[in-house]
Design a protein around this ligand. Structure first.
Ligand SMILES: Nc1ncnc2c1ncn2[C@@H]1O[C@H](COP(=O)(O)OP(=O)(O)OP(=O)(O)O)[C@@H](O)[C@H]1O
Length: 206
């Protein structure tokens, strides 16, 4: 069953098309890894998939209530403890248990530490643990392993594996090999031509 699909999608940044003609779908049980050099448009595509910005053209088919998005900024509340941060997100998303997420991301010993006092990698682990408490099936992740050491990357990879084994799906922009079976989608060939002109463009300006 397809949880997210795009058809003839163009995504834009600052009003300019960045990628165009995108077509793919991701089903329950699948991981799609986005690849492409810096600045190629992966973040722009992920933000569009997550509903944070509208498509420039084409269609994104996904129920917005099924998506959990994690970006570069961890969205951690500095004055709340680790456990309070997770409980807060669990409440926002409908009350999943936080115990499993704390254990999985090796955060149990840090549960009462104010999140503002965590290291960069610990903060990133907390940001990723949040995914587990959302209960949402479609994980849309932008460079999730930044700041993580090898052991934490392995924790993250196993969380994704468990998530898709339970029927979820994930779209992940990453430059590293996460060591699991995935489909790879290279955005390179979809780079938008700079001479794209919208139908509603006033030719008098050309
Ligand atoms: N506010 C903006 N207005 C116009 N163009 C922008 C703006 N912000 C970013 N861009 C450009 O949009 C393009 C796509 O950026 P995007 O962040 O989606 O790339 P990326 O593939 O995620 O890169 P990275 O791997 O470095 O994270 C880049 O060329 C970038 O310079």
């Amino acid at each position: 069953m397809s949880l997210i699909s795009v058809k003839d999608l163009t995504v834009s940044r600052g009003g300019m098309p960045v990628l165009e003609g995108l077509e793919f779908s991701v089903s329950s049980g699948e991981v799609l890894v986005l690849r492409g050099p810096n600045g190629s448009g992966k973040t722009t595509l992920l933000r569009t998939l997550a509903g944070l910005q509208p498509p420039y053209a084409g269609v994104v088919s996904v129920d917005p209530d099924t998506v959990a998005y994690a970006a570069h900024a961890d969205g951690v509340k500095a004055t709340l403890s680790v456990a309070e941060n997770l409980a807060f997100w669990a409440g926002v998303y409908g009350g999943q248990e936080i115990a499993e997420a704390l254990l999985h991301f090796n955060l149990d010993a840090l549960r009462d530490r104010p999140a503002g006092n965590l290291s960069a990698g610990q903060k990133r682990r907390l940001g990723l643990a949040r995914l587990m408490v959302t209960g949402r099936p479609v994980w849309v992740l932008d460079e999730p392993t930044v700041s993580l050491d090898a052991a934490s990357v392995a924790l993250f990879a196993s969380a994704v594996k468990a998530h898709v084994a339970a029927g979820g799906a994930a779209v992940i922009a990453t430059h590293i090999d996460l060591g699991f079976e995935e489909r790879v989608f290279d955005v390179g060939p979809y780079k938008a031509r700079m001479d794209v002109v919208r139908d509603d463009f006033d030719e008098a300006f050309l």
